[in-house]
Design a protein around this ligand. Sequence first.
Ligand code: ZN
Length: 350
Amino acid sequence: MNLEEKLQVLSDAFGVAGFEDEVREVIRQMAAPYVDRCEVDPLGNLICTRGEGEAVMVDAHMDEVGFMVRWIEKDGFLRLTALGGWDDRILLGHRLVLKTRSGAKLQGVIGATPPHILSEAERNKVVPLDDLFVDVGARNREEAEALGVRIGDPATIHYPFVRLREGYVTGKAFDDRAGCLVALEALRLLQGVKLPYKLVVNFAVFEEGGLRGAKAAAYRIAPKLALALEGTIGADMPGVPEAKQPVRLGQGPAITLADRSITVNPRLARFLEKVAEQKGIRYQYKLPAYGSTDAGAIHTERGGIVAGVVSVPCRYIHSPVSTLWLSDLEATVHLVTEFLNQAGEFLATL
Ligand SMILES: [Zn+2]
């Protein structure tokens, strides 16, 4: 599989926060050839290890934003609650994939009241998630249950991966399957390379809605140094002034200086910049201080862990149409691989 095909498989896999089984199995198969062992912790984190010595942790979250069924109406319509941060403005009129307890997938649609019967005031109002309803073709609650639907079932807006043009692609879950792919590619490129430390890659659960998986994994792994990989907030688009664009597409990997969950140790930020400059990798800063990342949860674990973040620029994250340039993804793989190649040098200074 080439890079684009791998991203397709990863983005299309189901992995709503707290229900990561399917995507975890996909990632486990992709990672296994390049690591000594993979284990799953009690929360569901997939922890892949190679080599011996002091631990360096790389983290990318497997989960994606989604929903949970919170109620089944008498007339068969479903109500949802959010798993992760959604923008209510983009929810109406999408197709949904719902996973039942047996693992079967049902199709549904987020219905919209016809504009013909709405007043102008109603048409101009954003419908909050609480008022939205899902139609799975059930004519009453009993039929919904007969289809396998239960309160608590997870769901996602499923838009299959599509190439918009050569090198420019869109899919539902580049946050953070792009980061997962960067970690997988770095493992592949480092195969056979002797590293002076133990490399532990955590594919985290529960990032969306509380950075919970990475926190538990960081405690278990007890690294001295950690790097979180993200697909992050590309906002170079009409109507957004440059000063409010956290990252821009086509400008290479984004190095975080600070987000809402962490101020990155300046020595680590300088080390990442040095690696990029040495290898001629064009990079950008993620403008402070937007979003939260697993690095936020990792760096306060144990007695404190030096942690940073490198991200693939993605537009429209937390929507079903996240979009990226594969050239940015490739450059991020390059930077992270070179960082891991040289991380022993930085580790020795901690
Ligand atoms: Zn993310």
